[in-house]
Design a protein around this ligand. Structure first.
Ligand code: ZN
Length: 576
């Protein structure tokens, strides 16, 4: 590796901690915390240094969490990795939290706090005030238990394998069959996958019941009758209310569903069908065969890098730099967690991208999406304290979904023209479809946690009602059981409750980026970079506005944005 490459994002030197500080050992961490707790703070300068020292420790601890989590995601059957992660989450973290709370209180009580620059410390302060308000010692053990239980979801689903067309495959490895031109193949693949999921429905149902009870208990401990209100605050949602989400759901129904149904109709006509079945939604309705844009990880990276490079040449260099630094693990293999994510190793401030890729354009989109997160991480790596390098999800997903929209404008650079056009149509339909799905999942959660005694039958009835309200027109006859349990495939319900509406708020922002980019690419990328460089150091309103966008948690811009999507979608059809 050349010196030049390794210096692209140099590892910051620790100022406060020893060079080889091991933050996963309590015997190392405890004395540092006690020193912070006891240190005298005689003026604003000393207070600020105290905050930065604390941040350095927090970054080391966050890096441990990330590295251990990544190890388990890459190998869900690695017992040792699992034990290390669990020891950390259930051993060190619970010991840490009460002292963290005392340090938070110390900060809030410090008279010199008023002398700190509000420009720099306002967001940190309001976050600390919220943390102190919500912290309950009783919840520490419940949070550790929740962490442990959520790992089960990954284990159960990660172990799901199917035999299909003479090969044993992961569920992610089945994705490209959903695009097969042969309807029988699609149906068989769909039934095989859904059937495999169904085998574990009772176990997954029980796990979910347990998680709901745990979560409800946490809310009550913190003085909330309902987990919904508690969790919205616990997620730091200070710039909008839980009830705004309900308005957003209504606006999605009003402005997105008509276009979704129009798209479904076109799909049905192109496929020459009377009615769509669940396996008819991923195939190209205009008859192009299942397109496999790449055959291995290197080719996938090359496509992703070219797309990022069309947006900004620095972004392409960033992705290749990550590849060289072993910061990408994309290809599918057995015992790998599903989905994709980016996480930053905060000790070195380097982003890492995980995915469980098949060989479809959707996997290219995942790489571009996570690439957007990685670039966000790199653009904001200079910020202090560490919390400012962790943008709120509503804006973090603007970076990633925005990048997907930007890349969509350049697909002809990597695919044959027909495939590029097909992928644009597919992406636009995907955006519309995702709004509808987000409304389904979000509404499901709002109602589930409003009635924590709801039984499985009630849950299924609710699910079916929401699938009617926000779903495509499709025929599930004979598949009722698959449908009733369909919600279990949504990882977020298990692992990160209420983390979903962010995608709709951010998709709204991403579509704004896309509209602006089509008018003025240079200025739009300049602003996009400016917004991303602020990390999480500002309120949502300020982050969106720095990026040249409107923060719109209630979806009031959806009518206008859907009109643009509809227009682009119509145009792509006409060119066909
Ligand atoms: Zn994302």
């Amino acid at each position: 590796m050349s010196a030049l490459v390794s210096e692209r994002y140099p590892i910051p030197k620790t100022q406060f901690l020893k060079k080889d500080f091991e933050a996963h050992r309590w015997e190392n961490v405890e004395p540092i915390l006690l020193e912070l707790e006891a240190r005298s703070l005689g003026n604003a300068g000393e207070l600020e240094q105290w905050l930065l020292d604390r941040s350095e420790l927090d970054a080391q601890i966050a890096a441990c969490a990330s590295r251990f989590m990544v190890a388990t995601a890459c190998k869900t059957n690695d017992k040792e990795a699992e034990k290390t992660f669990l020891d950390f989450q259930t051993g060190l973290i619970p010991k840490l939290k009460p002292i963290d709370d005392r340090l938070d209180r110390r900060f809030l009580a410090c008279p010199f706090r008023q002398e700190l620059s509000p420009h720099d410390w306002h967001i940190y302060t309001r976050g600390t005030e919220l943390a102190v308000e919500l912290f309950r010692e009783d919840n520490v053990v419940l949070e550790a238990e929740e962490e442990e239980r959520t790992l089960e979801y990954g284990q159960i689903t990660g172990a799901m394998m199917v035999d299909f067309q003479g090969e044993t495959r992961t569920l992610a490895g089945m994705a490209h069959f959903a695009e097969d031109a042969d309807r029988d193949v699609r149906e068989q693949a769909w039934r095989t996958t859904a059937g495999r999921r169904l085998e574990d429905r009772q176990q997954l149902g029980q796990l979910f019941d347990d998680l709901i009870q745990l979560r409800q208990a946490m809310a009550q401990n913190a003085g909330y009758t309902n987990y919904r209100e508690y969790k919205h605050l616990e997620m730091g949602r200070l710039d909008y209310q839980a009830d705004d989400c309900l308005v957003l759901q209504d606006n999605i129904e009003k402005h997105v569903l008509p276009l979704l149904h129009e798209m479904d109709d076109a799909r049905r006509r192109h496929l020459g069908l009377k009615i769509l079945r669940p396996w008819d939604f991923a195939v190209d309705p205009r008859g192009a065969s299942g397109f496999k844009p790449f055959a291995n990880e290197q080719e996938q990276i090359a496509i992703g890098a070219t797309l990022l490079g069309k947006v900004d040449s620095e972004f392409e260099a960033d992705l290749y730099w990550m590849a060289e630094k072993n910061l990408l693990d994309l290809a599918t293999r057995p015992h790998k967690r599903g989905g994709g994510f980016m996480d930053t190793f905060e000790d070195v401030r380097h982003p890492f991208i995980f995915s469980n890729s098949g060989f479809t354009h959707g996997d290219v989109e995942t790489l571009v999406h996570e690439g957007g997160h990685a670039i966000h991480s790199l653009l904001s790596r200079h910020l202090e304290p560490v919390g400012y390098r962790m943008p709120p999800l509503e804006f973090a997903e603007v970076a990633s979904m925005g990048m997907e929209c930007l890349a969509m404008e350049h697909l002809e650079a990597v695919y044959p023209p027909l495939e590029a056009k097909r992928c644009v149509i597919q992406s636009l339909e995907g955006i519309v479809r995702s709004f509808a799905w987000i409304a389904t999942i979000d509404s499901f959660q709002h109602q589930l946690y409003a009635d924590v005694e709801m039984e499985e039958s009630g849950r299924q009835a609710l699910w079916l009602k929401l699938r009617e309200r926000f779903g495509s027109r499709q025929d599930w006859s004979g598949l009722e059981e698959f449908r009733a349990w369909e919600w279990q495939r949504q990882l977020h319900l298990y692992e990160v409750p209420f983390y979903y509406v962010e995608y709709a708020i951010a998709q709204n922002g991403a579509l704004q980026v896309w509209e602006l980019y089509r008018q003025n690419p240079v200025e739009t990328i300049k602003k996009y970079r400016q917004g991303l460089a602020l990390g999480g150091a500002k309120s949502l309103g300020d982050l969106f506005s720095a990026a040249g966008l409107v923060f719109d948690p209630r979806g009031e811009k959806l009518a206008e944005l859907m009109a643009s999507v509809s227009q682009a979608w119509q145009k792509a059809q006409e060119e066909d």
